[in-house]
Ligand binder design. Structure first.
Ligand code: NA7
Length: 541
């Protein structure tokens, strides 16, 4: 402590999700004095908040788990191919216990500001009046692991706040759960959260109305229990699985077909699609290497998807509404579902297409549609997504050189070098976020990749007597351009996705992730480190 009650630490870590947990662990192991802050009451990040029925990871559990500790990897037994939210929470809690991580975090405590002292190049970090009681810290390094999908988005529907029934956002689900038995329920939104929750809500509700603005591509998870033999096999082959994952585009051990879509005959093409379909979910978007760059290739994948999905839906008119026509397959994250389309075959489930009949307002218990119909509801579920990638940083008053707000520096779209640093904000790192492949890949491996890079970097600074590291303006410009150009060479720009900020009114339309793949990105940041941190200014005092 210093004399004015400002605690002095080496590193402040914001967030106790998958990134923050590993950051605290590794930094502590290396001897840094670390304080972590988390606005939730416990570890888990996105999994702490997203407790809606059916919440499940769309990356296989074997891959969506830490690789940094061999014993941890071998001792944990996943029960299903795709883990549910409660199982992931149990896992993250186990990790926190195993490495005694909670003692470094203050929970129920949000970081509200981080201000650079340009003299010392240290950050003054302040928390809210939560459990920490409004703390002030002086930190050499500020590390954000605040998650890309952690700032919920509410739709601007007139009267929403005065809805007479109960309202829930999937991203802030009550911890005690919700019982919809016998209720008339509405779900707005058909992204992952809507599509995963609809079948389970339908199991309880007396009537379920799903309000769909855009149809989405979803593929069955093909989920299954992992038995003892499957787990033994997994553990025996883990090293190779991880090796392949590190080389891959998505951080899972799956490679695209070696040839382009139209370079193979119809039978081979269908077999490849079928194989990916069996794997389940999001992996289908990269069956062939040209699927997200060539519209004809994309159409072929889309046609196979449509054939499969229409076969699951009884009413062709409902199927027409559920088949997207506004974006190529894979340009929004493909959803991984369990019985989503079949749910519309149930008598008490109805789909309302907002493209044809928009929500005009909410009045008492009623959702009032443009054609005058009133849909009376007891409960309304908002599965309307997030202010992705930048929303949670925007909430924090982060001031760098000259008192400039990070939010202002990013007003025309986020500006980073490698996703890690921003000019004007020395010693401040945003992990597994914008400018990196994290939202297009397996975020746990992305978090490890970033934390390992960062701790090597800090060791380099100390070994060479530098006090600080700061991305150079030109390097930031170049990386922003590279991310933009790489995205423009794909079909990803053609969907109104949250990758582009298109779901938030007024947000600049900029493709925020690095689209070049997890493995390629790892090589880039490793080469930068090996070059002595080219593109960064290393500052000695
Ligand atoms: P998403 O994927 O952003 O989905 C949000 C859904 O809510 C989507 O269908 C939106 O329609 C819909 N939405 C948003 N605003 C409105 C309004 N105003 N009116 C009607 N419908 C609206 O969020 P999720 O939580 O489902 O998933 C986020 C990620 O979590 C997902 O990609 C996975 O990576 C895991 P739109 O498509 O914008 O027309």
């Amino acid at each position: 402590m210093s004399d004015n009650n400002t605690e002095s630490v080496d590193v402040v870590v914001v967030g106790a999700g998958v990134t923050g947990l590993y950051a605290v662990h590794k930094m502590r192991q290396l001897g840094y004095r670390v304080r972590g802050f988390e606005r939730g009451a416990d570890v888990g990040g996105v999994w702490y908040w997203n407790r809606y029925p059916g919440a499940r990871c769309d990356v296989e559990s074997a891959d969506y788990s830490y690789s940094f500790d061999e014993e941890l990897q071998l001792e944990w037994d996943w029960s299903e191919k795709y883990a549910t939210q409660p199982e992931i929470m149990r896992y993250l809690s186990h990790v926190a216990d195993r490495f005694d991580l909670r003692r470094s975090f203050t929970f129920n405590s949000s970081v509200v500001s981080a201000e650079l002292d340009e003299e010392t190049l240290r950050w003054t970090v302040r928390t809210d009046d939560g459990e920490g009681g409004g703390e002030v810290l002086s930190a050499r390094f500020c590390v954000f692991g605040v998650g890309c999908l952690s700032s919920t988005h509410l739709p601007a529907i007139p009267g929403l706040e005065s809805f007479a029934g109960a309202t829930y956002h999937t991203g802030e689900w009550p911890h005690e759960g919700v019982d919809f038995t016998g209720l008339r329920v509405g779900v707005i939104g058909t992204g992952s959260s809507g599509i995963q929750s609809v079948p389970l809500i339908a199991d309880q509700a007396a009537q379920l109305t799903v309000f769909q603005r855009s149809a989405n591509y979803s593929i069955p998870a093909g989920n299954k229990p992992l038995d003892e033999a499957a787990r033994r096999e997994l553990k025996a082959t883990y090293a190779e699985r991880r090796r392949l994952a590190r080389l891959s585009g998505g951080g899972s051990p799956f490679m695209t077909h070696p040839r382009r879509t139209l370079d193979v005959d119809e039978q081979e093409r269908r077999e490849a699609y079928e194989k990916r379909w069996e794997l389940g979910g999001v992996l289908y978007s990269k069956t062939f290497p040209d699927q997200l760059t060539d519209l004809t290739a994309n159409h072929a994948a889309r046609a196979f998807w449509e054939e499969k999905v229409r076969a699951r839906i009884d009413d062709p008119a409902v199927a027409d509404l559920l088949v997207p026509t506004d974006h190529p397959i894979g340009t929004k994250r493909i959803v991984t579902d369990s019985d989503y389309y079949e749910t519309y075959n149930r008598e008490h489930v109805r789909l309302v297409s907002l493209r044809e009949n928009a929500i005009e307002r909410i009045d008492g218990h009623d959702v009032v549609l443009a054609d005058g119909e009133r849909v009376e509801l007891d409960a309304l579920v908002l599965a309307t997504g997030f202010d992705a990638m930048t929303g949670s940083l925007d909430r924090i008053d982060i001031r760098g050189r000259g008192g400039q707000l990070l939010k202002d520096a990013w007003s025309a779209g986020p500006r980073t070098y490698l996703g890690l640093g921003t000019d004007g904000f020395p010693n401040l790192f945003n992990l597994a976020g914008v400018g990196s492949p994290s939202v297009l890949a397996n975020v746990i491996l992305c978090a490890e990749q970033h934390v390992d890079w960062l701790t090597d970097c800090l060791a380099h600074l100390d070994a060479h007597g530098y006090v600080a590291i700061e991305a150079a303006e030109q390097a930031v410009e170049d990386w922003v351009r590279e991310c933009r150009e790489r995205a423009a060479a794909t079909l990803m720009m053609s969907a109104d996705s949250w990758y582009l900020g298109a779901n938030i009114p007024g947000k600049p339309r900029v493709f925020m992730p690095f689209v070049g793949g997890f493995g390629a990105y790892g090589e880039i940041i490793a080469a930068v480190a090996a070059s002595g941190y080219k593109g960064f200014d290393l500052i000695a005092r």
